[in-house]
Design a protein around this ligand. Structure first.
Ligand code: ATP
Ligand code: MG
Length: 359
């Protein structure tokens, strides 16, 4: 059987560079590798509603923004299927059956859910839908029999939980589902890119983002005001790389050729770091370099976005067609699931015969 990808994003805002280095860039590479039989990219609106029930308009507005970010980043609708989660109701039905295979305490132990509950100040008022979103994510993955899920590191506990559900289902009802594997970035920094404040993960919910759709000027302003080393006051002071967001971002975005292009007096990132820690290299110079490096990567994305913004009717068609195709596949898996669970009464001649004989 061929390899299949399922991955996606919550339409809670435009996509940022954390998404890009954590998952989106890899998706585009995988799309172009020709190694995959099918690639499904899901706009997870139903999941976004689990912690935005009071703000459906926020989710609704961001569907097109996320689709634009996908196309801008280089996802090709000829090669991947982009769809909207809520338009595939089979996913919800699968979740309802999977819920019986997971305990409350297992969900409570999920470290990502634990973290996100704290981050959102849910305390004792956790929406049930939010609490159970790892199960819904297992439905999304398994409905398409995905083998491969390219994600950032924060998603590893979700994939682990999905794998457990698959094993439990297959043991209990017979081999139907496929165990997925996560693909996370090799670059340590890209697994969980921090925000421009240098502390937590870059996240739409925290407002510490550089968006793929930011203009060149917005990018420049954000980079120039990024967090560095608070003790690096004079240029001659030795600087520290620890928690220094500018160097963290260079680790994520800088490639060797960027030096020849933008900062020829240094040979490599190591040489730049060495000078910074020794003293004598000012933050402004490093920030200007980082801006040039990031702009080099983001300018083509920005241009493609502007081009796609003029083709909205086509994007609506892409999403509509993608959702209809996704629904067909999910419906097939749901039928297999229900057959395995023996809850397909009207197609089950044995069940019908039993009823007839019992009377
Ligand atoms: P929200 O705050 O609404 O949860 P988010 O910014 O965390 O938004 P998601 O839609 O939850 O974004 O994540 C989509 C994908 O991007 C996931 O695979 C996730 O691991 C990855 N991702 C998100 N933020 C980062 C980051 N800072 N670094 C690396 N990968 C990330
Ligand atoms: Mg998230």
């Amino acid at each position: 059987m061929g390899k299949i990808i399922l991955t996606g994003d919550r339409p809670t805002g435009r996509l940022h560079v954390g998404h890009y280095v954590g998952s989106l860039k890899r998706r585009v590479e995988l799309q172009n590798s020709g190694e995959f039989e099918k690639i499904y990219i899901m706009i997870a609106d139903a999941q976004a509603l689990t912690d935005n029930a009071d703000h459906p308009e926020k989710v609704r507005q961001n569907i097109m923004q996320v689709a634009l970010d996908y196309l801008a980043a280089g996802l090709d609708p000829e090669k991947v299927n982009i769809f909207i989660q809520s338009q595939v109701p089979e996913l919800t039905e699968l979740s309802f059956y999977y819920m019986n295979l997971v305990t409350v305490s297992r969900l409570q132990r999920n470290p990502t859910v634990k973290n996100e509950i704290i981050m959102r100040n849910f305390e004792t008022s956790i929406p049930v839908g939010f609490f159970t979103y790892p199960i819904s994510q297992a439905s999304d993955i398994t409905a398409f029999k995905a083998t491969t899920v390219p994600v950032g590191e924060d998603q590893l506990p979700m994939i682990e939980q999905a794998r457990e559900i698959v094993r439990k289902f297959n043991q209990t009802y017979g081999e139907v589902l496929v165990e997925p594997e996560a693909v996370i970035p090799e670059n340590e920094i890209c697994k969980r890119l921090p925000g421009t404040d240098g502390t937590a993960k870059m996240s739409k919910s925290l407002g510490n983002c550089i968006y793929l759709s930011d203009t060149e000027e917005e990018l420049r302003t954000k980079v120039m005001s990024m967090y560095t080393d608070p003790n690096h006051i004079k240029v001659t002071d030795p600087g520290s790389l620890e928690g220094n967001a500018v160097f963290t971002y260079l680790d994520a975005f800088c490639r060797p050729e960027h030096f020849a292009k933008f900062l020829p007096e240094y040979e490599s990132l190591d040489a730049l770091k060495e000078h910074y820690t020794r003293g004598g290299l000012g933050d402004v110079k490093v920030k200007k370099f980082l801006f040039a490096v990031m702009n080099d990567e983001l300018a083509p994305i920005r241009e493609r976005r502007l081009a796609w913004e003029k083709r909205i009717p086509e994007i609506i068609e892409i999403l509509k067609k993608g959702s209809a195709e996704a629904e067909k596949v999910a419906a097939q898996t749901l039928t297999e699931v229900k057959n395995a669970m023996k809850i397909n009464y009207f197609e089950d001649e044995e069940w019908i015969r039993e009823q007839l004989n019992a009377t």
